[in-house]
Design a protein around this ligand. Structure first.
Ligand SMILES: *Cc1c(COP(=O)(O)O)cnc(C)c1O
Length: 431
């Protein structure tokens, strides 16, 4: 284990030895008050790769050149464009290419997949999810429950953190699954919690839910491109994710969906559209939906090419680096963030407030499973002024009322020096 140190020399030294350090030069960093920002919100909107504009421009040019003929004659024919993404998207989530498809947006995909995997009966209708899930997920669950004729209050079972804690105990999730096993239809959880950064043990949750006879799905908005995933191997039934957070594909860009191979040939009920229909007969324009026997069978509409082009450019970088190397750097960068924040507390002394990290620490004992790169910090004794001071010092972080700062040191483009500078700014404004 490397001996960490909160000094600029240490940070620069470790950057110089980091094989991924040069990747930051492949991204545009925003300017704030005339200075390159310290950017820590890759968990909200990832930075733009410098290759994105060319990728989108290619499609604009081909549209100009070919018009409708571009569906078949563009350099990357639009008719089958989404197929160009399947393999590298599969690497991101640990799936077989036939198990993934890029389509729509995250909440839309959550709804589409719940139509197939939430089929409540009077015996089995309950859903287990984590308390304080991202609001869009809560709204999606509640509305799915209602359109099936059930009431959210006796259908959705939320597993909460214990009193005084922020993260959710896995034992409590397993106990809830066991308690409701005879009425349970679905377990759906965010693979990484957006607020605390807690990672859930998707493999064991899947196993326990299946033992109870329920389907399992994960919202991977904060997991895709952040942690290592093995959806196929874990036997997860379905998952969805967005691509504008860790996957750097631009605001509102196309989202992903995963359906395990086990379900491809079951002709599951679904909302259907022509792009999910058998490719050979699609343009015969005939009656009778015949789904493609892969995740593509859940597509509704023809592909949004411009956002897919941005996603394609970004995936090429992930293919080159690989999730394994990213995760290894991510762990060290997070350990350094924890170290620097502990040192800031130490230098501030006890008379001021303190910074409490609520994200599970690296190698934290107990039944928390770990985290990705995000670090959520409660600034005890400070209010929004702290956040305003960060902005004034060209730090872009995320603020949640009343006093939580979330930062995501992203291994692809954040450096150890970024973290050192963050500590320096914190210390100067908190003093
Ligand atoms: C970011 C995020 C969303 C956003 O949903 P969109 O449909 O992409 O607008 C939903 N759920 C979670 C857990 C998120 O982190």
């Amino acid at each position: 284990m490397i001996q960490l140190s909160n000094t600029i020399n240490f940070a620069k030294d470790i950057d110089s030895k980091d094989a991924l350090h040069t990747y930051r030069h492949q991204f545009y960093f925003p300017l704030l008050h005339g200075k390159q920002a310290l950017y820590f919100t890759g968990n909200s909107l990832g930075l733009q790769p410098k290759t994105t504009q060319d990728a989108v421009l290619t499609e604009l040019e081909d549209w100009a050149t070919y018009g409708v003929e571009g569906h078949f004659h563009a350099r990357n024919p639009w008719y089958s464009y989404h197929e160009l993404l399947n393999e590298s998207a599969a690497h991101i989530v640990g799936a077989e290419p036939a198990e993934v498809v890029m389509m729509n947006q995250l909440t839309v995909n959550l709804h589409l997949l719940m139509v197939s995997f939430y089929r409540p009966t009077p015996q089995r209708y309950k859903i287990i999810c984590e308390a304080k899930a991202f609001p869009s997920d809560q709204y999606a669950l509640e509305s799915q429950v209602r359109i099936n004729g059930y009431e959210p209050h006796d259908t959705i079972i939320e597993v909460s953190a214990r009193g005084g804690e922020y993260c959710i105990s896995h034992d409590d999730i397993y106990a809830a699954i066991d308690k409701h096993k005879d009425e349970l239809a679905l377990v759906i959880i965010g693979g990484v919690n957006y607020y605390t950064g807690q990672v859930f043990d998707m493999k064991t949750i899947t196993q326990k839910a299946h033992e109870a006879g329920a389907y399992v799905g994960f919202d991977l908005a904060h997991a895709a491109g952040n942690i290592e995933l093995k959806l196929h191997e874990w036997n997860v039934d379905f998952a969805c994710w967005c691509t504008y957070k860790y996957l750097n594909s631009g605001p509102g860009s196309v989202a992903g969906a995963f359906v395990h191979k086990n379900h491809h040939h079951k002709n599951l009920p679904r909302l259907a559209g022509w792009w999910g229909h058998d490719k050979v007969t699609r343009f015969k324009m005939e009656k009778g939906f015949n789904p493609i026997p892969t995740a593509e069978g859940w597509q509704l509409s023809n592909a949004p090419i411009f956002s897919m082009a941005a996603h394609k450019a970004s995936l090429a970088i992930f293919e080159e680096v690989g999730m394994e190397k990213l995760v290894a750097k991510s762990k060290l960068l997070k350990a350094y963030t924890e170290f620097v924040i502990a040192d800031v507390n130490l230098q501030l002394g006890a008379q001021k407030g303190t910074l409490e990290i609520i994200t599970p620490l690296n190698d934290q004992p107990g039944d928390y499973f770990g985290s990705g790169c995000q670090v959520s910090i409660v600034a005890h004794g400070y209010g929004k002024k702290l956040f305003e001071d960060l902005i004034a010092n060209s730090v872009i972080a995320d603020w949640r009322e009343p006093n939580v700062i979330r930062i995501a040191p992203v291994p692809l483009y954040n450096s150890f020096e970024d973290i050192y500078r963050f500590g320096e700014v914190l210390l100067s404004i908190m003093k």
